[in-house]
Design a protein around this ligand. Sequence first.
Ligand code: RP5
Length: 164
Amino acid sequence: MSKPLVDIIMGSDSDWPVMRAAAQILADLGVAYEARVVSAHRTPDLMFDVAETAVARGVKVIIAGAGGAAHLPGMVAAKTIVPVLGVPVPSRHLQGQDSLLSIVQMPKGIPVATFAIGEAGAANAGLFAAAILATADTGLAQKLADFRATQTARVLEMSLSDQP
Ligand code: RP5
């Protein structure tokens, strides 16, 4: 596998079933990524290392998912100029509303692009990462266009049975 262009990081392995949707999109589009657990609260030194080394490692986009008091995307963004895409992971007690607000309400000066709560957000973060990379990669741009065309064709083929 070639050097990862996208880092996918998440606060816990319990986030992986959601964050896997981002990895799946990137794999389908042939984008090299690395996925691993990096916790803002439990491995803060690792988090800073991942953020501080991202440019030197050739990483172009970071997708960061976390649940609850989801500080991972914002803190990573504070330590790198690589674009950070934040995915709010559904939490047990507040169903990810806490994750969403923690990620989206960044103070002025440190942007995090925030996606929908859960799997749809993770998949869209994967697509958005690919779209960023596609601005400098015509092959990838074509793959994204093909993805859209396939999606459109699928919807146009939808039919509704059992209509009263
Ligand atoms: C967050 O706490 C993680 O991102 C995860 O969503 C949540 C729960 O983590 P675990 O208790 O499952 O490890 O930091």
